[in-house]
Design a protein around this ligand. Structure first.
Ligand SMILES: CC(C)(COP(=O)(O)OP(=O)(O)OC[C@H]1O[C@@H](n2cnc3c(N)ncnc32)[C@H](O)[C@@H]1OP(=O)(O)O)[C@@H](O)C(=O)NCCC(=O)NCCS
Length: 177
């Protein structure tokens, strides 16, 4: 699908599903997402939904693979968040052993390039829990800026969220500089 210097951003394969399920049952991951560990079945359903989104409108939260050794690292991509259906959101979730290497930022940069240059969307947003400092740091590394703080409901969970955004013009200025 897409490549960055260290990563391949591609559709899910059946052999990714155990690693994705382990990620979704990792306390460090689900605590940041404000929920409970996901069952294998629920995890597989998310991967299947992501594939369907990509097939339907070329938006999707796809697999991230490390090019050097084929290791599955996590999920990243573009989608329509249900509370902001008119916007495209960039989102990410990585297995905790792979945090701290810049993979989320690099994968998201690949997806921003795809969103702005291929899909030609005018703006990409990102939403996270007010307390999710790692996710906020990714947004800021991407050059996204604060838009608003709001209360959101996602998958039955209510949380205080912050919305960040990057416009196509801001993205072009960043990559030119
Ligand atoms: C949010 C999440 C993806 C962030 O992961 P992360 O590893 O902190 O983010 P990055 O991959 O961009 O890595 C940045 C870190 O790698 C370091 N790094 C190393 N090499 C780097 C490089 N080449 N480029 C950028 N950063 C690099 C940075 O200094 C930074 O380190 P720090 O955390 O000590 O400041 C991860 O915490 C996660 O999956 N959380 C659970 C799911 C979640 O909350 N998703 C978001 C819901 S809204």
């Amino acid at each position: 699908m897409l490549t960055t210097s260290r990563l391949l951003l591609r559709t899910y394969r059946r052999d990714d599903l155990p690693a994705f399920a382990a990620l979704n049952a990792d306390p460090l991951v689900y605590e940041q997402l404000g929920g409970q560990p996901l069952s294998r079945e629920h995890s597989d359903e998310i991967a299947e939904w992501a594939e369907e989104c990509f097939e339907k409108d070329r938006l999707g939260l796809l697999a991230v693979e490390r090019r050097s050794d084929g290791e599955y690292l996590g999920m990243c991509g573009l989608h329509h968040q249900e509370s902001f259906p008119d916007d495209v959101e960039v989102a990410w979730r990585f297995a905790s052993p792979h945090w701290g290497h810049g993979y989320a930022t690099e994968a998201a940069q690949g997806w921003l390039g795809y969103g702005f240059a291929v899909l030609e969307v005018p703006k990409i947003i990102s939403i996270t829990d007010l307390d999710n400092t790692r996710s906020l740091a990714v947004m800021r590394r991407l050059g996204m800026t604060f838009v608003e703080q709001t209360t959101m409901v996602d998958d039955g969970l209510t949380f205080d969220a912050v919305v960040y955004a990057l416009t196509a013009d801001q993205w072009r200025t960043r990559i030119a500089g």
